[in-house]
Design a protein around this ligand. Structure first.
Ligand code: MG
Length: 378
């Protein structure tokens, strides 16, 4: 493909670190790192990033040592996204920064925690983990003398904000504009978004099989899985099950990435964007082919039906939802239960400060808090 070089050997349609729309607070440039490298490094050093280690992806953090956590999920997303970015001549540092930050706003207990917190916040503007990720990097991290948050570049923040309601978009000013005008984010943001999907579909197959909640026999109905499992079984007739699973999953990831690259290169060649601004005005350029989108969708539907809504998962998630409601109600009814710093914020910000506090908790910290406030967890 014709990836005519921009700065640092990147394609002209890549986000250019030297041409960033900048940070909210001006800072002198770093001595040895580009602005996007610096963003990635700030994310890795943040408190919210370390918390991802103890936050649920699908299986609760204490259910087993080998399941993905939000941290290993984010690292897998970054790995897949970087490979795609390199092949397309995009900025790998930006794609890595977005990938590592994309789930910083997740509550404890995965999607059950987010649903519960959203319900608690119904009369206070709701709770959305994607918007919360932006809130973490813009406001909640407290590490720098001169400003709240991590003071990241516009392009990194734009990539973190995957979706957004019109009301929130209006409130977010320049960052929200694209949702009101129907514009696209950078290709780096589009890559991180689909790398997220590739990562979770594949690692959830692996974790689901490891947990025993789904089986190889059931996965025979998913053509994307079955096609590769058949090839692996034919090539290695005596292969042990764990190796069969890994060999199959790595082939699925390869095929998904290969398809995504081919379709994206085709779209880029057709639209021929000469700059990031032209990328913003083009339609979505990073995409699977139509047949692969369908196959991937069938895998997703399978995981929804058989894993995410498995009765055993649902039971645990019900407990998680109740835990979040109990914590929220307890803090709202008696703010003396909050640590000083969060009590002060609650006096200014009301329920939003409580949501920020709960969203920042790891699974095990939330359970400790439940025990501390003397609530019955079951
Ligand atoms: Mg994710």
């Amino acid at each position: 493909m014709n990836a005519s070089a921009g700065s640092a050997g990147l394609a002209r349609y890549a986000a250019q670190s030297a041409g960033t729309r900048g940070r909210r607070y001006q800072e002198p440039a770093a001595l040895t790192r580009s602005d996007f490298q610096r963003d990635r490094d700030r994310i890795v050093h943040s408190t919210a990033f370390r918390r991802l280690e103890y936050k649920t992806q699908v299986f609760l953090n204490h259910e087993g040592d080998l399941f993905r956590t939000r941290l290993t999920h984010s690292i897998e997303v970054a790995q897949i996204a970087r490979s795609i970015a390199r092949a397309l001549g995009l900025d790998e540092d930006l794609v890595e920064a977005i990938s590592l930050a994309h789930d910083l706003g997740h509550t404890p207990f995965g999607h059950a925690g987010q649903d519960a917190l959203n319900a608690c916040m119904r009369d206070h503007g709701g709770f959305e983990h994607n918007l919360q990720s932006l809130r973490v990097v813009d406001e909640l991290e407290q590490r720098y003398g001169g400003f709240d948050g991590l003071n990241l570049c516009f392009e990194t923040r734009e990539g973190i904000l995957k979706h957004c309601s019109a009301a929130n978009a209006r409130r977010l000013g320049e960052l929200g504009e694209r949702f009101l005008l129907g514009l696209q984010p950078s290709l780096e943001a589009q890559v991180a978004n689909l790398a997220d999907e590739i990562a979770y579909n594949n690692h959830d197959v692996d974790d689901g099989l490891r947990s025993g909640l789904i089986t190889l026999e059931q996965l025979q109905q998913v053509d994307l899985f079955a096609a590769h499992a058949d090839v692996v079984s034919a090539r290695y007739p005596a292969i042990a099950e764990r190796r069969l699973v890994h060999e199959t999953v790595r082939r699925m990831i390869d095929e998904l990435v290969g398809d995504l690259l081919a379709e994206t290169q085709r779209r880029i060649a057709a639209a021929a964007p000469g700059s990031l601004d032209e990328v913003r005005r083009a339609g979505p350029l990073v995409a699977f082919s139509a047949p692969m989108r369908e196959r991937s969708q069938r895998l997703k539907s399978f995981l929804h039906a058989h894993l995410y809504r498995h009765p055993q998962v649902e039971t645990v998630m019900d407990q998680a939802r109740r835990a979040v409601h109990t914590l929220f109600d307890a803090y709202r009814d008696d703010d003396r239960l909050l640590p000083d710093e969060h009590r002060e914020r609650a006096q200014h910000l009301g329920a939003r400060a409580i949501a920020d506090y709960i969203a920042g908790m790891t699974d095990r910290f939330a359970l400790k808090e439940l025990a501390r406030i003397g609530a019955d967890q079951t």
